[in-house]
Write a new protein. Structure first.
Length: 629
């Protein structure tokens, strides 16, 4: 048996992790409702942990890893909560967020997310060796904390990433996106854009060219093909879009509206196919992992780095958490049949999409993982089943579907985060079960503050479209989409043609990937990577592609020198992510306190060209840093 590792699950690490989990949950709840995005908290938590634990002479890198594991659960659980619970306000089902309802549903969903992903650690991290960009970057951050040269490079990159984020989001010196749009012919919209985010370039660099190209391909399908076709031939099929066009909406705004209301659902259909295919492809590994988990309870594990939580405990915990959720559903709908249907959908979809989220976070990272997309798929399935059980005119149907989606969304978000943390631990030589326990404690800490934070934001701003009473309402884009999906299935209508077309795209993509596998091609085409590109705004996909191209250029340059890229590029990319994430969280404080998104604005617009120049310079620096020996 390998010797015991350095100190890991210490009291000080647990306490610090729990405090950071609650703080980061609050910060990301606001950012997600305000902008529709959350930032991965693993790296910021690691940086804060190193800064605090440095005062203890015997602190270790694995203690810092435990801190970031527990702390990142707060951000992940906040994402699951804000994507779903505000939909209940928008549907008029709730007036306020009840503390116990939110805590029970979010908490049990988060705990199930941890348990569902424990069997995935070995097949995805050890056997398939997926990239998990945030987990890999976090490990590099923690390593650099004990390496002065690496720490300097990391710190320099963090200043660059944080400075760019401050200038763009805080000081408002340039817009977040460089975009251009116009009409090519009669009514045909042409659009192109790129997000000016150093962190997105870093994500592309970490995941590499193959995945970056596929994400961009999905974006191209949506924005260069589907939107022009829709704007040319189908504008009159949607009254809202037709009214915007007739009212002279700017081409960029009209393209965004078409994507939001119609084209995005292509990604939902592709995700349904891709998620099912992804789970089917790793079915053997999952079964083997569960089998090994039971065997591990009877046989000694010789390496502490391979010690997961006992599989019997995982199964017992799953049953123990499912039963109270079923009781909650019964209280909501008041019918045994509907409650059982909701529970079955929740368990099946929760496990399925936790696996999908864990798999996808290995490809594109947690920040770009379409958790809201898989939640939409869950709400679609739950709504269809509940229509059969409850009838299409039942007013409790849409809220019931949202309740199912809330558990699944929290489980998928936590599952994605857990896999990133376990990847960092795998690189550093941590003990998996200790991290899994830290993740569970982080979920419990975060769930204690979710409801009060949501009520605070509801009272201060409100959610949805701005009104005279709430002129600064938070957009809550994902929750708004969830509410529309649930309403649509129960009578308001959905773009089913788009969902079906997306499924066809997914099947064609799956056939292409199988052909590439048969040819033993180095380039592969997993469906979910393309589906992510369809579902994401194009400007994110373009920037991720830039990072992938830089990684490819670095690999070619290193090969010409007769070697392989070192870890300097990874360190620089991790620093860019660190700086942008830290500033993104810090900016939430003055915005919330002042209730003004422009509180730090200098009123000075340097135009988008300044942003392009800055992001271009950062891309060049990343390339040069990656080639340093």
């Amino acid at each position: 048996m390998t010797p015991e590792p350095m100190r890991q699950l210490t009291l000080r690490a647990i306490v610090l992790g729990l405090v950071l989990s609650a703080v980061l949950a609050g910060a990301n709840a606001y950012l997600g409702l305000f902008a529709g995005l959350t930032v991965s908290a693993s790296i910021p938590a690691a940086v804060v942990s190193m800064a605090i634990l440095r005062f203890f002479r015997n602190s270790t890198v694995l203690e810092n890893n435990i801190v970031q594991t527990a702390a990142s659960a707060g951000e992940a659980l906040a994402a699951g909560a804000i994507f779903t619970f505000p939909a209940l306000i928008l549907l008029g089902y709730w007036d306020v967020f009840d503390y116990w309802w939110v805590s029970v549903i979010a908490g049990l969903g988060g705990l199930l997310g941890v348990l569902f992903t424990i069997p995935l650690r070995r097949p995805l991290i050890v056997e398939q060796q997926l990239g998990y960009p945030e987990g890999t970057a976090t490990a590099e951050v923690l390593r650099a904390g004990e390496d002065r040269t690496g720490a300097k490079m990391l710190g320099f990159a963090a200043l660059l990433g944080g400075g760019a984020k401050l200038c763009e989001t805080g000081l408002r010196l340039w817009p977040a996106t460089a975009q251009a749009a116009g009409y090519a012919g009669q009514g045909t919209i042409a659009y192109v854009g790129a997000n000016l985010s150093p962190a997105l370039i870093s994500v592309g660099y970490i995941v590499g060219l193959n995945v970056s190209v596929l994400i961009f391909l999905g974006g191209a399908i949506a924005w260069f093909l589907a939107i022009p076709v829709y704007s040319s031939f189908f504008l009159d099929t949607n009254a809202e879009i037709l009214a915007a066009f007739s009212g002279g909406a700017a081409p960029a705004d009209l393209a965004g509206l078409i994507w939001t209301r119609e084209i995005r659902y292509l990604g939902v259909g592709a995700m349904l196919v891709g998620g099912t295919a992804a789970l089917f492809s790793i079915r053997g590994s999952i079964v083997a992992a569960v089998t090994r988990g039971f065997a591990a309870g009877r046989e000694p594990v010789l390496d502490h780095r391979d010690q997961d939580a006992p599989m019997r405990l995982v199964l017992i915990g799953t049953v123990a958490f499912v039963v109270p959720i079923a009781l909650v559903y019964y209280v909501i709908v008041g019918a045994v049949g509907a409650a059982l249907a909701m529970t079955v959908v929740m368990v099946v979809a929760g496990f399925l999409f936790s696996c999908v989220a864990g798999y996808m976070s290995g490809l594109v990272g947690s920040s770009q993982n379409p958790v809201s997309g898989v939640t939409i798929a869950t709400i679609l399935l739950a709504s269809l089943l509940l229509v059969l059980v409850m009838g299409s005119g039942n007013p409790d149907g849409p809220p019931a579907a949202i309740m199912v989606g809330a558990v699944v969304c929290c489980a998928a978000a936590i599952g994605s985060d857990t896999m990133q943390d376990l990847k960092a631990g795998h690189i550093l030589g941590a003990t998996p079960w200790r991290q899994e326990l830290a993740q569970i404690l982080g979920v419990i800490s975060a769930v204690l503050v979710i409801a009060p934070i949501l009520n605070l934001l509801l009272q201060a701003y409100g959610f949805g479209e701005p009104t005279a009473e709430q002129p600064n309402a938070l957009a809550a884009p994902q929750a708004t989409l969830m509410a529309n999906v649930a309403r649509g299935v129960f009578g308001a209508g959905l773009p089913w043609g788009m969902v079906a077309s997306g499924a066809v795209i997914g099947l064609a993509n799956l056939a292409l990937d199988k052909w590439l596998e048969h040819r033993k091609a180095a380039f592969r085409a997993p469906v979910l990577a393309v589906a992510v590109g369809i579902y994401l705004p194009l400007e994110l996909s373009v920037t991720i592609l830039v990072g992938g191209l830089i990684a490819h250029a670095v690999s070619r340059a290193a090969a010409r020198r007769g070697g392989a890229p070192g870890r300097t590029g990874m360190l620089f990319a991790a620093g860019l992510i660190t700086g942008e994430a830290l500033i993104g969280i810090a900016l939430a404080v003055p915005i919330v306190v002042s209730a003004d998104a422009d509180v730090l604005s200098l009123g000075l617009d340097l135009s988008v060209w300044a942003g392009l120049a800055v992001i271009g310079a950062i891309a060049v620096l990343l390339y040069r840093a990656a080639l340093r020996r």
